[in-house]
Design a binder for this molecule. Structure first.
Ligand SMILES: [Zn+2]
Length: 258
């Protein structure tokens, strides 16, 4: 049985992006509010309300979400149910991140960032809000990355740190970019990454209740993959990002074989 839940109203979190910010981000005054701290450390809350709710919407009011809420109620489901939870990347460009939860096992697909709109001065980038994972960090069996574009890996340095560095799984180029990003975020932290390298596209990776397999897709960066996620409740096929482009002879522009 599949269930897709959309805790969308709490999923946007505008974030100070620079590790050089002069002070850490302020605690949200209430869940659903999106604290934003620009690189100089100044609070930017008013902008954020407008940004995450659309330009013409009212700012969030106190009481829009109950205190300590994780947003709209997510009802309990039967134990043999697979939950697919898009944390970001649905109906928006960027911030791609999807959770798959079965029992006490969670895997994550991608941790992307979203670039700020022109009306977000001082915001470097926006990352997915992982409040749903609060208290469930130990259930995260691994994070699978489909490819190395920033809207799929850009939030990883911050979120992996928040989650205590769960296993990360991907192809070599994507992993190299992830390591680079991690060092860029905080020098010396790349050594914390626990890595499973998908050396062959036929590799099979077991992550708790999930069996993860891969297939090649054409995209504008090497080592792009689609992902097959087998679960006791069924199999999910996630295409990642892909393009279909051929040269005049019908050959693929990009080859992913090593
Ligand atoms: Zn892409």
């Amino acid at each position: 049985m599949f269930r897709t839940v959309h805790p969308k109203k709490t999923v946007s979190q505008t974030v100070y992006a620079s590790p050089h910010a002069t002070r850490p981000p302020q605690k949200p005054s209430a869940p659903g509010h999106n604290p934003a701290v620009n690189v100089s450390g100044r609070s930017n809350q008013r902008n954020t309300h407008r940004n995450t709710r659309g330009r013409h919407q009212k700012p969030l009011q106190k009481g829009d979400y109950p205190a300590q809420s994780r947003g709209p109620e997510i009802e309990d489901v039967k134990p043999d149910t697979l939950r697919i939870i898009p944390i970001g990347g649905c109906e928006e460009v960027g911030r791609n991140m999807t959770l798959f939860e079965y029992g006490r096992d969670i895997i994550i697909l991608d941790m992307g960032l979203q670039f700020p709109e022109e009306d977000m001065p001082g915001i470097d980038y926006i990352i997915p809000n992982i409040k749903y994972l609060q208290g469930k960090e130990k259930n995260v069996r691994g994070v699978v990355f489909t490819h190395g574009h920033l809207d799929h890996i850009g939030a990883a340095p911050l979120l992996l740190e928040k989650l205590g560095y769960p296993l990360i799984v991907s192809r070599p180029l994507t992993l190299a970019l992830l390591k680079h990003k991690q060092e860029d975020y905080k020098k010396g932290t790349a050594k914390n990454l626990k890595i499973i390298t998908v050396k062959s596209i036929d590799d099979v990776v077991k992550l708790g209740a999930f069996t993860v397999k891969f297939f090649q897709v054409e995209h504008s960066i090497m080592d792009s993959t689609g992902v097959i996620i087998e679960t006791p409740a069924g199999t999910v096929l996630h295409a990642g990002d892909w393009t279909m482009e051929r040269d005049k002879e019908g050959r693929a522009h990009v080859m992913y074989t090593h």
